[in-house]
Design a protein around this ligand. Structure first.
Ligand SMILES: *[C@@H]1O[C@H](CO)[C@@H](O)[C@H](O)[C@H]1NC(C)=O
Ligand SMILES: *[C@@H]1O[C@H](CO)[C@@H](O)[C@H](O)[C@H]1NC(C)=O
Ligand SMILES: *[C@@H]1O[C@H](CO)[C@@H](O)[C@H](O)[C@H]1NC(C)=O
Ligand SMILES: *[C@@H]1O[C@H](CO)[C@@H](O)[C@H](O)[C@H]1NC(C)=O
Ligand SMILES: *[C@@H]1O[C@H](CO)[C@@H](O)[C@H](O)[C@H]1NC(C)=O
Ligand SMILES: *[C@@H]1O[C@H](CO)[C@@H](O)[C@H](O)[C@H]1NC(C)=O
Ligand SMILES: *[C@@H]1O[C@H](CO)[C@@H](O)[C@H](O)[C@H]1NC(C)=O
Ligand SMILES: *[C@@H]1O[C@H](CO)[C@@H](O)[C@H](O)[C@H]1NC(C)=O
Length: 751
């Protein structure tokens, strides 16, 4: 992958800059004609909460003493110890900020953990695990002296089914993705490290995401309603958790590059969403290792009046405020980042995170087929294991000749090359070790004096386990959701073994219709991208120590064509390629519902080793809930948007009973039917609540879902506000987006 170097470089630069309004005034025809100009850029005021207030007071006081050169210095990148290093201001004791990839573990370093990827964390549907994930990640960054962690990801959201980076993010459902963005951001920052919400916004495909010899990058053209209800939605949760940094994206939006798109950065992010932190510019044609386009040029531009001094002061103040907000002015460790070629004292930041990684890996494993209770395995003594994905290849991540020494740059193995624990590119992590499925299975067998012969006559086996995967990486999109070799492998095993269990490690949707109905295939598991404890997590589920409770964070179709136009990235050789998001809100399950397409496995689906019963739905308006159609315009916006959007309007509860024989967690899900009209065409049902609850056999627990104003609202493009309509809202609660067990209504009348 030649692009590796540029990927690494791309992480080098930071900017408090955004939408400088520099040089582009709308007359540049095709480039910059369509995204509305929104100027000036909102000044960060630090009014969201007491902590920001005090951070801004200190930041403003310090910035006031600085020269333009010093302010600009903080907004630019330097080559240094870390993947990215900002300029320092030694005169005032401001050190360079150290930035590093990746969202699922520190990239390219030693004695760090390889966590599950975002899409796998989403499959837990467990807010507590999401938070703990963020906290553990954050503590590793802090331990290494890294100020800014470059994650979590909600862009791409996952609109394009074959998108190359979907796995770095959480789910193509904005509510589930938002829950993850909020919890992970909170976790990272509670550990004392700045979280970066990325990529803002609409980087939904890898193909032509950047300018090239063919022409400009793709332009994502999306109307304001889908922009808010799908793509901005999860970023709101991250900002609500006070995200200190946001990274803009490579491609264009309405023909204007995202990193200079004033509508996105000034209008949406800094004004509507009240963002207090700083925007990091990623576009590597604009910013270079030493200096960057905006280094000296920015100073010159202020001096000649092209850019206002206030804009640069705001850039510097936002960076300083984030620094104070996180307490990085006080006792933050110096970076311990070493080139692999230098002898040094190792700094081990792994703590006991392996246990959490193992727990998340098991909690997010999704069981989709389990005929005649094949799983859990009943103390098996004879298992056959097949497939390239069962084992770990020999250390490809330490290929020093390729990466100039040092540790993992990449750990996404291509399909066929070994077990997949994360994807490829800058979102990849650096595992200290990998417990392969083969290793963990052998260990279990050894304990029970079982056998796993290398030459396998299938006939006497308790079960045959076959491992396949589906790889994806930054820089390119997937070409298919299946591959023939893997399907043939599964078919061959199943043709000879009447109890075949298929395990899929995948970067996203992997279709299975080539073999799913084969009666010899008795169990199928989507095991995601589980990180370093892969085999242990899986064995915990196979042997029944953990009853599966993971649910699909996407829809698996019967045929690829069922996804319609959003199956593949848009292909174009035009100089100004355009991608119109004409499907609007209707991606994934929203589209399947509307078009009455039966999925193979629906969004939110996943089996367990027990049975659950749902009862006693109760829908209750909250006392004194404000149901005005629009949030009070007199109330100031805080980080995340208008504060009223987060107020609970109604609460839904139900009873959840475990009617089977083993303890298990169930993810109860709430789907909401927002009133549809000619003005607001709404999807039949949208996820607006979930709660993962552990329940013992015979036990009944109450599950509760709080519905906020945002959950119930639609984006009204005319008034540019979230509108709470009066009317009847359908409430469905169940075990998946199709397995809806309870139904009720919520009546909203205008107050
Ligand atoms: C925009 O910039 C061009 C030069 O790039 C200039 O000719 C034109 O007058 C400017 N238009 C406005 C409205 O400032
Ligand atoms: C793109 O254009 C559409 C249609 O005019 C508009 O609704 C949307 O807000 C625009 N988005 C951006 C980022 O300019
Ligand atoms: C800018 O940052 C560099 C790198 O940290 C530092 O060496 C230099 O002194 C800084 N310049 C100013 C004007 O503070
Ligand atoms: C400044 O801008 C010029 C073009 O105006 C560009 O060639 C140069 O690379 C930029 N960066 C620096 C550090 O001068
Ligand atoms: C101001 O300085 C910038 C950066 O050097 C340059 O690109 C721009 O053309 C200058 N503008 C004027 C009006 O001189
Ligand atoms: C499942 O169990 C039933 C009843 O024992 C049996 O008829 C059927 O063949 C079994 N199916 C498989 C795939 O083993
Ligand atoms: C299993 O079945 C397939 C298809 O019938 C056959 O080609 C293959 O050789 C058999 N044996 C093994 C070990 O895969
Ligand atoms: C199932 O496996 C048995 C061997 O155990 C084989 O004889 C049979 O043909 C297989 N069935 C299918 C549909 O592959």
């Amino acid at each position: 992958m030649n692009s590796l170097l540029s990927l690494a470089s791309s992480a080098l630069f930071l900017q408090g800059a955004s939408a400088l309004g520099y040089g582009f005034n709308g007359s540049d025809s095709q480039f910059y004609g369509q995204s509305p100009p929104v100027y000036p850029s909102s000044i960060g005021h630090g009014t969201s909460n007491a902590r920001w207030v005090s951070a801004y007071q200190r930041a403003t006081a310090l910035a006031d003493q600085m020269t333009i050169e010093q302010k600009v210095n903080m907004t630019r990148g330097y080559t240094g110890t870390c993947t990215g290093n900002s300029g320092a201001v030694p005169r005032f004791g401001v050190p360079p900020l150290c930035l590093s990839d990746a969202p699922d573990g520190i990239r390219g370093q030693e004695f760090v953990s390889a966590f599950p990827a975002g899409i796998h964390v989403a499959a837990t549907w467990d807010r507590t695990l999401m938070y703990q994930y963020g906290k553990a990640l954050g503590s590793e960054y802090r331990g290494k002296g890294i100020n800014v962690a470059l994650g979590p990801v909600a862009g791409p959201l996952g609109r394009v089914v074959r998108g190359g980076r979907n796995w770095e993010g959480l789910s193509n459902d904005p509510y589930l993705a938002g829950a993850g963005m909020g919890e992970i951001t909170r976790g990272i920052q509670d550990a004392g490290v700045m979280a970066t919400s990325k990529h803002f916004l609409l980087n939904e495909q890898e193909y032509r995401r950047r300018p090239s010899s063919i022409g400009e990058a793709f332009s994502s053209n999306v109307g304001d309603r889908a922009l808010h209800e799908l793509y901005v939605f999860p970023f709101m949760d991250a900002l609500r958790a006070d995200a200190a940094a946001v990274m803009c994206s490579y491609q264009r939006a309405n023909n204007s590059y995202s990193c200079q798109n004033s509508k996105l950065l000034n209008g949406l992010l800094k004004t509507e969403l009240g963002f207090e932190g700083f925007v990091r510019m990623l576009d590597w044609t604009l910013v270079m290792p030493d200096g960057g386009y905006w280094g000296q040029n920015l100073t010159d531009a202020v001096k000649n009046g092209s850019v206002s001094a206030e804009r640069v002061t705001d850039m510097a103040t936002r960076i300083l405020a984030s620094w104070y907000y996180m307490g990085h002015d006080n006792g933050f460790p110096a970076p311990s980042i070493y080139p692999g070629t230098t002898k040094h004292e190792p700094v081990d930041v792994q703590a006991d995170h392996a246990a959490l990684i193992r727990e998340i890996g098991a909690a997010s494993t999704v069981l989709v087929k389990n005929v005649n209770n094949t799983l859990p395995l009943q103390r098996p003594t004879f298992l056959c294991v097949y497939g390239y994905d069962a084992t770990v290849p020999s250390m490809p991540w330490q290929d020093a000749s390729r990466y100039g020494g040092g540790y993992a740059v990449n750990f996404g193995w291509q399909t066929f090359a070994g077990t997949l624990i994360t994807g490829g590119g800058s979102g990849s992590n650096a595992p200290p070790y990998v417990v392969s499925p083969f290793q963990a299975i052998q260990e279990r067998l050894r304990q029970d004096r079982g056998i796993n012969p290398t030459y396998t006559p299938y006939v006497n086996a308790d079960a045959c386990l076959v491992f396949i995967n589906a790889y994806a990486s930054e820089s390119f999109d997937r070409l298919s959701l299946t591959d023939e070799s893997s399907d043939r492998l599964v078919g061959n095993v199943a043709a000879n073994c009447s109890n075949t269990v298929v395990v899929i490690h995948s970067t996203g949707i992997r279709n299975v219709d080539a073999w799913i109905d084969n009666p010899n295939i008795t169990a199928v598991l989507y095991a995601g991208l589980p990180g370093q404890e892969s085999g242990n997590s899986l064995a915990d589920v196979l042997w029944g120590d953990v009853s599966p409770s993971g649910k699909l964070p996407y829809t698996v179709a019967k045929e690829e064509a069922d996804y319609g136009a959003v199956l593949s990235s848009s292909l174009s050789f035009d100089q100004f390629p355009q991608d119109d998001f004409t499907e609007g809100l209707f991606i994934d399950c929203r589209a399947f519902d509307r078009d009455e397409i039966e999925p193979r496995f629906e969004f939110g689906f996943g089996l367990t080793y027990t049975t659950f019963e749902y009862a006693k739905l109760n829908v209750q308006m909250d006392m004194g809930a404000n149901t005005d159609p629009l949030p009070d315009p007199e109330v100031a916006v805080i980080s995340g948007g208008h504060p009223a959007l987060w107020e609970t309007v109604a609460t839904v509860t139900c009873a959840l009973s475990n009617t089977g024989r083993v303890t298990a967690s169930e993810v109860a899900q709430l789907y909401l039917g927002i009133p549809s009209s000619a003005e607001f065409d709404t999807p039949a049902r949208q996820l607006r609540g979930f709660q993962r609850t552990p329940v013992r056999p015979g036990e009944t627990r109450t599950v509760s879902f709080a519905l906020t104003r945002r959950d119930l609202s639609v984006w009204d493009t005319t008034v540019a506000q979230w509108r709470l309509q009066a009317g009847t809202y359908k409430i469905h609660v169940g075990a998946s987006s199709q397995d809806l067990r309870l139904e009720g209504n919520l009546e909203i009348s205008s107050s």
